[in-house]
Ligand binder design. Structure first.
Ligand code: SF4
Length: 342
């Protein structure tokens, strides 16, 4: 009897889910609008009740149109926005409660890959200075160690031989090379999480696939967790395990990549999938066929389902009045739509 109970305990310990690297719980990020200094005009509800976990080594894609709240979500994860409510927890530490030393630890564990590589690199610094700055801020005191790390990571992002690039300024590099420098900078402090904000949208079609392959290779070789933010479902499938679809500050559908691409349930996701193409150099078209109409104001979002003014399948008297609950049509698949039953 005792043995059986012990075995049960052992089995439970083995099958228990490992703790996530990052945990977002009911996150709200609202920005106050003011008419005059003492007159509040309302709030921009940029992120409004987002919850998800990100595992070690897991890559997720966050997809949605401009203004859906994905950039505000990203900035909050980076520690640049303060949550209005809810929490961001990294390795068990709630980010909003970290002191200066804790924030330094947190930021050294997150690499950020910006959308516009040229804008992300100081034009008056050469590549070596740009990369050294990151290491100095990260507390690497030894110049020899800094140079060794820089050479190593430049090899990893395929900027080799490193000596050919160290003295160059950003304007002397191609767009693809600039983005490799941005990725190198993000990798320098050996982070556990990379946040990539539309990392290929401003690059020539011919180099997009190379940069996506590079990110995927780094993710696999370093067991990195990645949050890939994009408006383009054709690239997110490239290396994400799960896709989250955001609309008007909320996640309306989340599922494993194949499940979402083949069995999308939410009318908004279905519309986004229309016209999506493979991201190759010869066919670099990205989807354009988003639903007609504009995303709603985040100051006064529509009552009920926020998508109802644009939804061809909206149920009058229900969708425009009550927010749909989150239901699970399949394992690891959640959707917020009145049309979807458990
Ligand atoms: Fe459309 Fe209603 Fe579903 Fe919203 S809840 S997506 S309005 S059918």
């Amino acid at each position: 009897m005792i043995e059986t109970r012990s075995n049960n305990i052992l089995t439970q310990a083995v099958v228990a889910d490992p703790p996530p690297l990052l945990s977002i719980k009911d996150l709200r990020v609202w920005f106050e609008l003011r008419r005059w200094a003492f007159s509040r005009a309302g709030y921009v509800r940029a992120v409004d009740g987002v919850t998800f976990d990100l595992g070690y080594g897991e890559a997720i894609g966050v997809v949605g149109e401009s203004g859906c709240g994905k950039s505000s979500l990203m900035k909050t994860i980076l520690g640049l926005n303060i949550p209005t409510s809810g929490s961001v927890t990294f390795e068990g530490q709630e980010v909003a409660r970290l002191d200066r030393k804790g924030l330094r630890w947190y930021r050294s564990n997150i690499g950020y890959v910006q959308q516009d590589p040229f804008g992300a690199l100081a034009p008056f610094m050469n590549v070596q200075r740009i990369l050294e700055e990151k290491l100095i801020v990260g507390g690497i005191q030894s110049p020899a160690e800094r140079l060794e790390r820089i050479r190593k990571v430049m090899g990893e992002v395929k900027l080799h031989p490193a000596d050919d690039y160290l003295e160059k300024f950003p304007h002397m590099l191609s767009g693809g090379q600039q983005q490799r420098v941005v990725i190198a900078r993000a990798m320098l402090l050996e982070p556990k999480l990379i946040v990539a904000d539309e990392p290929v949208s401003m690059l020539d079609a011919s180099v997009r696939v190379e940069i996506l392959k590079l990110l995927r290779g780094l993710q696999e070789s370093h067991n990195l967790s990645v949050i890939y933010i994009t408006h383009d479902l054709s690239t997110v499938r490239y290396f994400s395990r799960r896709i989250f679809v955001m609309y008007a500050g909320q996640i309306v559908e989340k599922a494993l990549v194949d499940d979402l691409l083949n069995n999308a349930c939410h009318p908004y996701t279905q519309a986004l999938l229309t016209g999506t193409s493979e991201p190759d150099a010869a066919n670099a078209r990205t989807f354009k066929e988003i639903p007609p109409g504009e995303p709603p104001s985040l100051v006064n979002p529509p009552a009920g389902c926020r998508f109802h003014p644009r939804c061809a399948r909206a149920i009058a008297g229900l969708c425009d009045k009550e927010q749909p609950p989150e239901t699970s049509p399949a394992e690891d698949h959640l959707v917020s739509c009145w049309l979807v039953q458990k």
